[in-house]
Ligand binder design. Structure first.
Ligand code: AMP
Length: 367
């Protein structure tokens, strides 16, 4: 039978390149090291969290084509941990070494309008949205929403950055300036029952392994707590997993895909965002699952069969944001709590410094 894999099987000892040096790269590097792989991190910041736990690092900007080429030549496969890597950087690297997930998946996820158009083309429900390129277009779109909604920058926004609530009575020009970008997306403000997310791992031969959907609680647009599993009906969980698998397949994705959704009071699921990389709402998998999301990424891009996503404990993951990480000693003293610090030298308000996962006895699972 022909081998359905498009990429070679990489044995331990191979070099995995990671574009981006944040905590997602750090935890991917740790998972790679455990399986005997070498990691080369490419990142503009010499003090990046992933550099501290990797074998090789290149400190250079994402538009330095010479350094990107050198980096690509030193690796057997390259992945990314940061959404806003310029596509030119990815395509430069992909001419030399496989980049997984593929560039198209990242290109779609980088632009909220392109992302929602793509989801709509698959018939997947999203928050109602309008692409807006200037104040006039924003004024026109706001009329459909009785003057209120949430205006987001189409590109380069994360953790609530470049987002602004618009209420009826607000001046469109003021909201436009507050958003601060040339291209925006206006969305209806959805009153949801719950925010959930699903992470699916997909291998080169199209096999998928999916984690239990989790509930996410945000404060000021930043993820604060993830509860695994989400307290949702079994049928909703199945639908959510089906949506994630369908998107991963449509992208022909090899690696991880996380899908954030709003669950409405009518039990409808509206996709808010997708990310073709490890996700903050999957950190609990390190301590509570047979195979973590980071190990799945390593397995997928190296062509190793995916591991089991079965959870051996329920879990609650709490992000340590800003100076919350100063209580590290207290978390370490707590039985059942697992502390993860990211080695960031500078604490800033809103900055994710680490997380703590509290394990709990397993329940029957989804309601
Ligand atoms: P995002 O950057 O799109 O992931 O938004 C961050 C958080 O803001 C989400 O997780 C929600 O809690 C909230 N949010 C974003 N968009 C909407 C929306 N259209 N309706 C209601 N809440 C939203």
């Amino acid at each position: 039978m022909p081998d359905p894999r498009k990429n070679p099987l990489l044995a331990p000892g191979a070099v995995i390149g990671i574009l981006g040096g944040g905590q997602l790269g750090r935890m991917t590097a740790l998972a790679a090291a455990r399986l005997g792989y070498y990691v080369h991190v490419y990142c503009p910041d010499p003090l990046a969290p992933a550099n501290q736990v990797s074998n090789f690092s290149t400190t250079a900007s994402y538009d330095d084509l010479a350094q990107l080429t050198k980096f690509a030549r030193s690796t057997d496969v390259v992945t990314f941990e940061f959404e806003n890597i310029p596509i030119t950087a990815l395509s430069t690297v992909s001419e030399i070494t496989p980049v997984l997930p593929n560039c198209r998946a990242l290109e779609i996820a980088q632009d909220r309008v392109v992302e929602k158009d793509f989801l709509s083309s698959l018939g997947i429900a999203t928050t109602p949205y309008w692409s807006v390129r200037n104040v006039d277009e924003l004024e026109g779109a706001l009329k459909s929403l009785n003057g209120s909604g949430v205006l987001k920058s189409a590109r380069l926004g994360y953790d609530g950055r470049n987002q602004t609530r618009v209420d009826s009575g607000d001046q469109a020009s003021v909201s436009w300036r507050a958003m601060g970008s040339e291209k925006g997306i206006l969305e209806e403000w959805v009153t949801f029952e719950q925010e959930i997310s699903v992470i699916v791992a997909r291998s080169d031969d199209g096999m998928t392994e999916i984690y239990d959907p989790v509930q996410n609680c945000h404060r000021c647009h930043i993820l604060e707590t993830t509860i695994a599993p989400a307290p949702i009906e079994h049928s909703v969980a199945e639908t959510a997993c089906g949506i994630a698998c369908e998107i991963a397949q449509a992208l022909d994705l090899v690696g991880l895909l996380s899908v954030e959704m709003f669950l409405t009071s009518d039990s409808d699921l509206l996709v808010n965002e997708i990310a073709p990389r490890p996700h903050n709402s999957g950190h609990w998998t390190i301590d509570a699952c047979a195979t973590s999301q980071f190990e799945q990424l390593v397995r997928a891009i190296c062509g190793i069969p995916l591991g089991s996503t079965a959870r051996h404990s329920d879990a609650e993951m709490h992000n340590l944001i800003g100076d919350a990480a100063e209580n590290w000693l207290q978390y370490l003293a707590e039985p059942g709590a697992r502390l993860h610090l990211y080695g960031k030298s500078q604490t800033r308000p809103g900055r994710k410094m680490g997380h703590v996962t509290r394990l709990k006895p397993i329940t029957a699972g989804i309601l």
